[in-house]
Design a binder for this molecule. Structure first.
Ligand SMILES: Cc1cc2nc3c(=O)[nH]c(=O)nc-3n(C[C@H](O)[C@H](O)[C@H](O)COP(=O)(O)OP(=O)(O)OC[C@H]3O[C@@H](n4cnc5c(N)ncnc54)[C@H](O)[C@@H]3O)c2cc1C
Length: 439
């Protein structure tokens, strides 16, 4: 792809420094490539632990690391903070912040965003959890609900404030309700005078017949039992038909709540539209056996924004491991091409799945092995510590978990971003609708 007569390294532009883009950049950085890594944030985020920021167990900086710091020893990696808005495939240029960045190879790794299945109007009342800002806003919302309940004189409103609803029984929903239950029933238990946080009602609503549907049924059942022991009301086979500031509707049923959290679905980033590419129903770019776009062998899509169908015709799931392996694979394809060689098609190595329930239980499916309880939780802890980026983050997260395990306390219970109006609300009687985040 390098222009005729030009003596320069091939230019590789990577959009997105999440699991996929980061892994591609790390692998390519060792080779003779001129790499530009673009992200709209200046940090790489470990999304699997976001729910712990939302429930006050960890701080945002514990699960994120600055992208520049990771590549400071690699002069061939140029990090750019910017929001990509288009790709000019005719000119081979990426457009971000008014700049045009030329490429010989392009890796699109822009991930996924929340999907409300055509009900985007639910987004402000039922926020999701995709980034640090979402996690901080959710933490504020959850902690503020307890503070409001403490000074609320109307029993109906107090009940609404102490009802927490999570929609979606996948790993994120299960981990969130488990953590909210532990926050209410343990960490906050003796901290209030008027209310008893242990009386909080935590409901998990799942449209399908069982939670954790990607796991074996025995593990789904075990996870549901563990949640119920924590006091979570698990409702499977229940479709949410409406969401507003006062709660959710499920057909003719109604559940009042001031805190509804959406963990029910994702759709791909808009990158498919930038490229005019063929996409699946979730907007993911359909890629070939080497993860490149049909008829555009120098443009690759990886991770949550790509749809790669495996040998038996199933699209790969949206998992960090898939994105990481695809990032490393595309780096190999590009290196091989630059050396005039080829590589065999991408194959995903499935090392298993894990989901945690509360402070000391988890479920794990590793190959044919199915584990639940404390042993699975230990595995979950080691896997997450191992995959976190940066020694500091690993150490701090490990110490935090040990502290929480022993004391049941949560060290990051800060309510930040309360503006003047919300402070005033807190001192007076809260009004209907006053729980909305300022963002
Ligand atoms: C709450 C939560 C919990 C999860 N838990 C697990 C788990 O336990 N195990 C597991 O395997 N997976 C889990 N996942 C899924 C996993 O995080 C994703 O599959 C993985 O992040 C996908 O990697 P990616 O590189 O495709 O996208 P991401 O990691 O999402 O990275 C995309 C990057 O692109 C950047 N970007 C997007 N658009 C633009 C733009 N226009 N311009 C510039 N930059 C842009 C973003 O800022 C981001 O840095 C979880 C996800 C969430 C949200």
């Amino acid at each position: 792809m390098v222009g005729s007569g030009a003596i320069r390294d091939p230019r590789v532009v990577i959009i997105g420094a999440g699991f996929g883009g980061f892994s591609a950049a790390k692998s390519l950085a060792r080779g003779p490539f001129d790499i530009t890594l673009i992200d709209r944030y200046n940090y790489h985020l470990f999304q699997p632990l976001l729910y712990q920021v939302a429930t006050a167990a960890l701080s945002p900086s514990d699960i994120a690391s600055p992208i520049r710091a990771e590549f400071h020893r690699r002069p061939n990696v140029n990090v750019m903070l910017g929001n990509v808005t288009a790709i000019d495939s005719d000119q081979n240029e990426v457009i971000a912040e008014g700049h045009r960045i030329p490429f010989d190879y392009l890796i699109v790794a822009t991930g996924a965003r929340q999907s409300y299945f055509g009900h985007d109007e639910w987004a402000p009342v039922a926020p999701g959890l995709k980034g640090i800002d979402d996690a901080i806003a959710l933490r504020r919302r959850i902690l503020l609900a307890f503070e409001r309940a403490e000074i609320e004189s109307d029993p109906d409103e107090r009940r609404r404030l102490l009802n927490f609803v999570v929609v979606g029984g996948g790993a994120t929903g299960v981990e969130l309700v488990g953590a909210i239950a532990e926050l209410a029933k343990r960490a906050l238990a003796s901290n209030f005078r008027t209310i008893d946080p242990r009386s909080a009602r935590i409901v998990l609503v799942e449209a399908g017949p069982r939670i954790l549907s990607q796991f074996d049924k025995s593990l789904s059942d075990s996870a549901q039992r563990a949640l119920e022991q924590l006091g979570v009301d698990v409702r499977v086979g229940t479709l949410v038909t409406g969401c507003d500031e006062m709660g959710i509707s499920m057909g003719s049923d109604r559940l009042d709540s001031r805190t509804v959290i959406w963990a029910a679905g994702v759709e791909a980033s808009p990158a498919g539209g930038w490229l005019g590419a063929d996409t699946d129903r979730a907007g993911r770019i359909k890629v070939g056996p080497d993860l490149s776009l049909p008829a555009r062998p120098h443009i690759f899509a990886i991770g949550d924004t790509a749809s790669y169908v495996d040998a038996v015709g199933r699209p790969l799931p949206g998992l960090a491991a898939v994105a990481k392996q695809q990032g490393a694979y595309v780096a190999r394809v590009i290196s091989a091409r630059a050396a005039g060689k080829s590589v065999s098609p991408f194959r995903y190595k499935d090392y298993g799945m894990l989901a945690t329930i509360g402070r000391s239980r988890a479920v794990a499916e590793l190959g044919g092995m199915k584990i639940s309880g404390f042993a699975a939780w230990l595995l979950w802890c080691f896997a997450h510590i191992y995959f976190l980026i940066g020694f500091r983050n690993r150490l701090i997260v490990m110490l935090n978990w040990a502290w929480t395990f022993v004391t049941l306390q949560r060290g990051s219970r800060l309510i930040t971003g309360i503006d003047g109006a919300q402070m005033k609300d807190l001192k007076q009687t809260p009004q209907v609708g006053s729980l909305r985040d300022p963002a």
